[in-house]
Every structure is written in C-alpha cells, then in structure tokens.
Design a protein around this ligand. Structure first.
Ligand SMILES: Nc1ncnc2c1ncn2[C@@H]1O[C@H](COP(=O)(O)OP(=O)(O)O)[C@@H](O)[C@H]1O
Ligand SMILES: [Mg+2]
Length: 597
C-alpha cells in the first residue's frame, strides 16, 4: 500500500533546480508593495547599522583601552549602545514585516488554491489522490511561507552583509583581507560537501517520517477492521519496520551533521586563530592598531557567516521553487465543466423536463467501456420514474450526467428543452436535488447538515424540513438536539437516521427535479417506515427519478426504465415489464427486497 503511494508521489517530489518557478509567487507579493518596501528599508537600515558596529568596536578599543582613557571608553560605549539599540529596533521592524508578508502570502495562496479546487470537474479528483492535493494545500504553502517570511529575508540580509563586510575588510586592512580570501575556499569546500549530504538525508528523513504518519493514520482510521481480523501484531511489526527505517536514515543524517559541525568548528576557529596570530604580529610591529584588528575580525566573521547562510538558503530556495511549481501546477488546471459565454435562461414551463438524446458516455478514467451506450429517454414534468437494473448498469451515471459532473462524448442531454452545455451549471443544479445512496454528512451539527440544502433557511424552516423527513423526533432526543455534533461523516447516527437527515436536506432545497438513489442496505422495519414516509413526502408534486432497489418503489412509479450494461433494455409499467422481460422477472425475484411491512 505505502509502496504504491510512494510511486505515485515521486513525479511531483522531483524538484526542478531552477529558481525561475518562484517568479509567479511575486504576483501574490505585489499587492503588499508598501509592506515590502518597509521591510526592505528596515533591512537596509539594519545592515548598515551592523556594519557600523565594527567601527564602534574599533573606537571602543583604540579610544578607550589603548588610550587608557576612562572618559573616551565611556563615550565609545554610549556610541555602541546607541548602535545596538538602533539595530534591535530595525530588526524588530524587519522581522515583523518580513514574517507578516510570508504569512499573508501563504494565506492568499491557500485561498487561491482552494477556490480553484472547488470549481474543478469531479473527474480531476478521480485521477489525483486527495492526499497529494491536500499536501499541496498545506505542506507546500507552509514551505513557501517560511521561505518568503524568513529564508528570503536571510538571503537578502546575508548578501548585503557579505558585500558590505568585504568592502569594510578591504578598507580596514588589505593584507589580511587577501589572506582571508585565499583561505575561504579551503574552509568552504568541506562545509558545502557535507552540507549537501546532510540536506539530501534530511529530505529522505522527512519522507520516511511522512510514511510513518500515513501508515499509522490508516491503521487508526480502520482500527475496527484491524482488531476484528486480529492483525494488531502484524500492524505492530509493520509499523516498527517503518520506524526503524526512519531511524536508520536519521542515524546517517546525524553522522554527517556531526562531521559537518566538527569541521566547521575546526576550520572557522582555526582560521580565526591564524588571523589573530598574523594580525597580532602586525599590531606588535605597529603596522595596525588593536582596534583595527578587532574591527577586521568582526567583519571577517560577518562575511564568513553570511557566506554560510547564503549557501544554506540557496538550497531552501530551491525547495521552495519545487513547492511553488507544484502549487502553480494545481492552480493552472482548467475546469472542464464550464458555462457557455451566453447562457440560456431556463424556461418556466415545458412539458418534457429531461431528455436524453442518443447519449453515449465513457468515464475519462475508463475510456474503453461505455458506461452509457446510446441512451434515449424522455421524462415529462411531474412524473416519477424508476431506474432499475443490475449493479453496473449505469443508473448512477445517469444522475451524474444530469447534474453535469461529466459531459457525454456523444448525444445531447436537455433540461426543459435546453441543452445542458448551453446553460450555467450552477443554475441547472439549483433545479435539482440529489439524495445519494450513501448519505453524505459533514462533521458538524444537525443545523449545518440540514441547512446545506438551503444556506439561508431559518431555524424554523430547518425544523419543518426535519419534521417532514421524520427526523425531528430522533434529533430532539440527541444530547444537544439540533446543535448536536454528528461526528466525522455522521458516525454517531444509525443508517436510517443519516438517510433521514439527507432527505431533510433535500426537502429544504425543495427542488423541481428530485434525483433519489435508494439505499441498498436493508433498514429495520421502524426505520424503513420512517424513511419511506420521508421519501413519499419528498416525491409529492414533483418530478422524481429514483434508482430503485425495492419492489414497493418500482410498483408505484409512473414509468420504469430497465437498464443493463449501459443500455436501456425496456421502458414500461411494472406489469408490462413483468410480462415481456426475463431480466426484469429475475430482478423482481432476486434483487428487489420485499417491502418490510
Ligand atoms: N467514476 C468512475 N470512473 C470510472 N468508471 C466508473 C465510475 N463510476 C462508475 N463507473 C463504471 O461505470 C459503469 C456504470 O456504473 P454506475 O452508473 O455506477 O452503475 P449502477 O449505478 O447502475 O450500479 C460501471 O461499469 C462502473 O464500473
Ligand atoms: Mg449506483
């Protein structure tokens, strides 16, 4: 299982090394020009103050210590403290503004991604795993946030310090500067080498931690299956293996990291000592002052750390480029189901409400099999129509096409004589109410779940709908009545109760055309009675298409459409079909449950 996921995950984990993909992120930063300007000014200011600190040190030592003058030392001290205070204030402003931009931009990107996701055609989510999409929405945007908010500002600051520090070094002492420049590559090489190794291993380590999370999550979600098959021991050892893999990766990483730290310490303090020695000789010879040496060392350390930071941040910017690319890829998906430029208005009245005209449809993920094959069907206003047929016949597909979640490859579907493609998908769906086979509940309270049928409905309307759906009574008995939290996917309700909530939602929507996918799972007699009563209420005075699984429903329908393997085999009344169709006879004998009352 987890191996599969890994394989599917690889193409997107691959990171492009070009920072160019970060450019589009700029368009999200642009609206905050003022904040960015403020942050950059603060950055320039703090960099200038940091550089002048070196001069403060020089003053402190030369004017104070060396001159043996307490007064001069105190004055130099005041200058230093002032500089430090300025640095602190500037840093506060820079840090606050930069981080603000990072958070703001990633919030905007999250919204933009989500806004795109909810208008995408459903087949997109069949081809792309929801986990993958979620990780783009959360992990990738978080990565961008830390890059924009911190790494980017670090890179900018370090580059300024690097250039400024180098200039100050040249000004302070040419000979020492040349020595440092000669030594830098010797120090940098091992740091870069081990640094890169640590980085790849950290990424591996993160990936294996993510795997641990996924497999633990799966076991926890399906804990009942695990325990009922008594596979706790199996899952324990499978999990333990994953954890050990992660530990081994971590072990390699910390080894490299320890080497890196040791090298850095030896190289940097080593070269610092050499510099001190060589500079100290010059102080003894009187070619430079002690203050100049101190200032020089200050600048050299500044340059050194800046080089380190730039190198480190460059790697992070590359990761961010990958994240940005994945997010943009998601945002550039064009919705396939869109309204026309000049949508036609739906007419008030029309004899036929639904018409399928030689419709052939293949699901995009299964192009070889026709889910619907040359379907022609006309449904008049006010009728109730039952779709029957063995599973896989294409009944649910009819509903999907009616709501225009997909477009057929051939033929036309018309709603009130207008082809679906010529109207706005939203206005089409406003006329329809869909009750799916498995009721869909959101992890929220009863109010929210019923009100999903009409967001603007008053509390009174919601209660009326619940009463009509025979749900009011059991809702009242819930611990907090209508405000009771239903748990994830409504786990705290029984099957029949969930169905009645779903029916109440449809009643509240009060659609012109009702699409009802009858539940296949048998309910107890009591529930059955309530659900049936709710369905009857819902069907009253409106056109209904029911995917029927029960004989009672079929018998009462005005018209029965018998389907098999994507084709319509026959259309007629119950008695007619019973006489002329052997498939229908078999279905009646085997599949339809007898009414339970
Ligand atoms: N999202 C999908 N992607 C690919 N094939 C699908 C999808 N949904 C259904 N199918 C296939 O289309 C055919 C018709 O399915 P469906 O309309 O759900 O049948 P029914 O509701 O009559 O049981 C089946 O062969 C099914 O496997
Ligand atoms: Mg179905």
């Amino acid at each position: 299982m987890s191996k599969d996921k890994k394989e599917q995950g690889t193409p997107t984990k691959k990171q492009k090394k070009t920072l160019k993909s970060l450019l589009p992120v700029l368009s999200f930063i642009l609206p905050y020009k003022k904040v960015v300007t403020g942050a950059i000014l603060a950055l320039l200011f703090t960099s200038a103050v940091s550089l002048s600190l070196g001069q403060g040190i020089k003053l402190l030592i030369d004017a104070g210590f060396d001159a043996d003058s307490a007064e001069a030392l105190s004055q130099a001290m005041v200058v230093m403290i002032t500089l430090i205070a300025l640095l602190a204030i500037g840093t506060f402003i820079r840090f606050y503004l930069m981080t603000w931009i990072g958070e703001r931009v990633s919030a905007d990107i999250r919204k933009a991604v989500f806004n795109r996701l909810v208008i995408l055609h459903p087949s997109y989510f069949e081809e792309n795993m929801s986990g993958e999409i979620m990780s783009r929405l959360t992990t990738d945007t978080t990565l961008l946030q830390s890059i924009i908010g911190s790494s980017f500002s670090m890179a900018l600051r370090s580059s300024l310090m690097l250039i400024g520090g180098l200039i100050m070094m040249f000004i302070t002492n040419l000979k020492l500067t040349l020595i440092v420049i000669a030594v830098v590559p010797v120090v940098m090489f091992p740091m870069m080498y081990f640094g890169r190794k640590v980085r790849t291993l950290s990424k591996e380590s993160q990936d294996s931690i993510a795997d641990i999370g996924t497999s633990a999550g799966e076991v926890i979600q399906n804990i009942k299956v695990v325990q009922s098959y008594v596979l706790e021991e199996f899952e324990k050892s499978a999990f333990s293996q994953e954890v050990e893999i992660a530990f081994n990766v971590a072990k390699r990483r910390i080894k490299q990291r320890s080497i890196l730290i040791a090298t850095v310490i030896f190289m940097s303090f080593g070269s610092l000592s050499v510099m001190l020695w060589s500079g100290g000789m010059d102080v003894i010879n009187g070619t430079i002052t002690a203050g100049e040496l101190a200032a020089f060392i200050f600048y050299a350390m500044m340059v050194g750390t800046s080089v380190g930071t730039v190198a480190e941040v460059y790697g992070e910017l590359q990761r961010a480029a990958g994240a940005s690319e994945r997010i943009l890829e998601l945002m550039s998906v064009e919705p396939l189901i869109v309204g026309p430029k000049k949508p036609q208005q739906i007419k008030r009245d029309s004899k036929t409400i639904i018409e399928f005209d030689k419709v052939t449809f293949h699901y995009p993920s299964r192009p070889d099999i026709a889910a619907l094959n040359n379907i022609s069907l006309k449904i008049d206003q006010g009728k109730s129509v039952a779709l029957v047929g063995p599973s896989g016949a294409g009944k649910t597909t009819i509903f999907e096409l009616l709501q225009r979640f997909y477009d057929p490859q051939q033929g036309q579907i018309r709603f009130k004589d207008i082809e679906l493609k010529n109207m706005q998908p939203e206005s089409l769906r406003c006329h329809m109410g869909m009750v799916p086979q498995q009721p869909v509940l959101f992890s929220s309270d009863v109010w929210h779940n019923i009100r999903y049928g009409n967001i603007n409905a008053s509390d009174e309307d919601v209660i009326q709908a619940a009463k009509a759906a025979h749900a009011h009574e059991f809702i009242e008995k819930l611990p907090q009545g209508y405000s009771s939290f239903l748990g994830e996917k409504g786990v705290r309700l029984s099957g029949g109760q969930k169905q009645r909530i779903a029916l109440a939602r449809a009643i509240l929507k009060d659609p012109e055309l009702l699409l009802l996918d009858e539940a296949t799972s048998a309910l107890d007699a009591e529930s059955e009675h309530h659900v049936q009563a709710a369905v009857n209420h819902l069907m009253k005075d409106r056109t209904t298409i029911i995917i029927a699984h029960r004989l009672a429903t079929v018998i009462h329908a005005d018209l029965i459409v018998l389907m098999d393997q994507g084709k319509i085999l026959d259309i007629g009344k119950h008695n007619e079909l019973l006489k002329r169709s052997s498939l229908y006879q078999r279905l009646c004998e085997l599949q339809f449950e007898q009414p339970s009352t």
